[in-house]
Write a protein that binds this ligand. Structure first.
Ligand SMILES: C[S@@+](CC[C@H](N)C(=O)[O-])C[C@H]1O[C@@H](n2cnc3c(N)ncnc32)[C@H](O)[C@@H]1O
Length: 497
């Protein structure tokens, strides 16, 4: 059995803040850092152990780490070796993947090609002992049970509404874990997004929320902020015991924890022994997977040894460097993604436009023009029979097929003039909606282009940097409206009668 030796820094460089990459040299496969400690890693098979693969490029002459980030050619920074080390020693395993930081924060990337297999295949295993979980329903059960009996945090958790306050409970547990001597989350917390990096709109100011150009979303977020603040005020008043007080000395700390929980929680049914539980869970490492509407991975609970497995879909081909993703929310509009996660997509296949007129187009004709098949719940796009070269149809066009007012009546062909008129009217309504915005998509794009490329490196603290999610959200909305309008134009051109 061959073995590789790595030398790893003994501590993180920036505490309570994401640890930015450091520069390494790789003489004889050793990482040399200022404060180092050797660890031996097995290299018996081709799969990557969690500890192994932070060596990303040959450096030239430096032996000491510098605080300059490691920039990969793809614009991604590799995760700090400590990130791998703290999990590896606690039996977390990751096979064939690396953790890297890019414009969407941390993400998980394939470190080798993976041929499609008939069965789903494991790429990560995370033991229950490292998670923070609470049952979704009373009686509250915690796995692992890290809260000592009689601790006043129970009273705080018990004061939450069982039906709706899962996030408040989990935020309490997260803050408690940071305070608990020797708990894994004290270490893992270094790699969570800081207040400045967290995209949650809970942390946005009232002024920042206006930049969404969506009054309804801004009011929802203000309500959410009020709810969080009131909870903090109720439970962190001046008379509470120190054990509670020190968990969140100011409301910002609590609201940050709430934002972290909302944007990283997964809900799973888990079997632990004979007990089957619906649980809200924070799962380290798995929570670094970003979202995609066409994910290549999913979660699976392995009851026999209480592990969360991240698996690649059966039949999925993966190329080295591909991002590994999961689907966070099926069937939800961008405003829901913004509310919970602080990001949006211009190709969300579930986005919706509220049309107010009576115009309707013929559904099957629209689908056939864009070579879309299937039922609304599962629309597919067949690029091979398409006549648009496969470039035009994306998630937004699938969303158009769902959201445009349509009619269906067997195979009855639409009357050309009526059909074209309806398409034109719907197009007109899209354009009117666009015209109501105070800025155009081009103007939004210019603002975004003027922002520093990597917001999260905090290299330049320009005014708009923290507003990135708000600007992208309003831009995505406009791009969606434009795309639907364009689709209606193409439909009028290509419709067959
Ligand atoms: C579960 S965490 C994933 C790991 C995260 N990127 C990080 O740096 O810790 C969810 C957060 O990742 C970011 N994110 C995930 N998927 C994204 C996507 N498709 N586009 C933009 N941001 C995304 C958002 O900030 C979101 O709140």
């Amino acid at each position: 059995m061959a073995s590789l030796q790595f030398q790893l820094p003994t501590h993180s460089f920036i505490s309570n803040h994401r640890v930015k990459g450091v520069n390494f040299t790789r003489p004889n496969f050793s990482l040399l850092c200022k404060n180092t400690r050797a660890i031996t890693v097995s290299d018996e098979d081709t799969s990557f152990r969690l500890l192994e693969p932070q060596i990303v490029e040959e450096s030239t002459s430096e032996v000491y780490p510098s605080l300059n980030s490691i920039k990969l050619s793809s614009g991604l920074e590799s995760a700090d070796p400590d990130f791998y080390k703290i999990g590896y020693v606690r039996s977390v395993r990751a096979y064939g993947v690396n953790f890297k930081e890019g414009s969407d924060g941390f993400g998980v990337y394939a470190s080798k090609d993976i041929e499609p297999l008939r069965r789903a295949r494991v790429i990560m295993e995370i033991p229950l002992e490292l998670m923070l979980t609470i049952s979704q329903k009373l009686p509250w059960m915690f796995f692992p049970d890290i809260v000592p009996i009689g601790h006043p945090i129970f009273d705080v958790i018990n004061s939450t509404n069982p039906e709706i306050d899962w996030d408040l409970r989990l935020a309490c547990l997260l803050l408690f874990s940071f305070d608990r001597e020797g708990n894994f989350w004290q270490l893992y917390g270094d790699f969570l997004p800081s207040v400045e990096e967290c995209t949650s709109l809970l942390l946005a100011t009232e002024e920042d929320l206006l930049e969404l150009q969506d009054q309804s979303l801004a009011s929802t977020m203000k309500e959410q902020q009020k709810r969080a603040l009131e909870f903090w005020e109720r439970n962190w008043h001046s008379d509470v015991p120190l054990k509670i007080k020190r968990l969140a000395r100011d409301p910002e700390r609590f609201i940050w924890a709430l934002g972290i929980v909302q944007s990283r929680c997964i809900n799973l049914q888990v079997r632990i022994g004979a007990l089957v539980q619906d649980a809200n869970m924070l799962v380290p490492y798995a929570d670094m997977l970003n979202h995609s509407f066409q994910p290549n991975c999913f979660f699976h609970w392995r009851a026999k040894d209480r592990m969360l497995e991240v698996m690649i879909n059966a039949g999925q081909r993966i190329r080295k460097g591909d991002e590994m993703t999961i689907n966070y929310l099926r069937g939800q509009k961008n405003n829901m993604f913004m509310q919970q996660y602080g990001f949006s997509s211009s190709t969300n296949p579930w986005d919706v436009i509220e049309f107010s007129g009576n115009s309707k187009i013929h559904l099957d004709s629209f689908l056939s023009v864009f070579s879309i098949s299937g039922l609304p719940e599962e629309y597919n796009y067949n690029s091979r029979v398409s006549n648009d070269g496969g470039d035009f149809v994306d998630g937004a066009v699938l969303a158009a097929a769902r959201t445009l007012p349509t009619w269906s009546d067997g195979d009855m062909p639409p009357v050309p003039s009526i059909e074209r008129k309806a398409a034109r009217e719907l197009q007109e309504e899209c354009l009117q909606m666009l015209a109501k915005y105070p800025t155009t998509s081009d103007e939004d794009q210019k603002i975004l282009d003027s922002m520093p490329e990597a917001r999260r490196t905090l290299e330049a603290a320009i005014k708009y940097v923290d507003l990135l999610p708000q600007f992208t959200y309003r831009l995505h909305r406009k791009l969606f409206l434009q795309k639907v309008s364009r689709a209606l134009e193409i439909y009028q051109d290509r419709i067959l009668f």
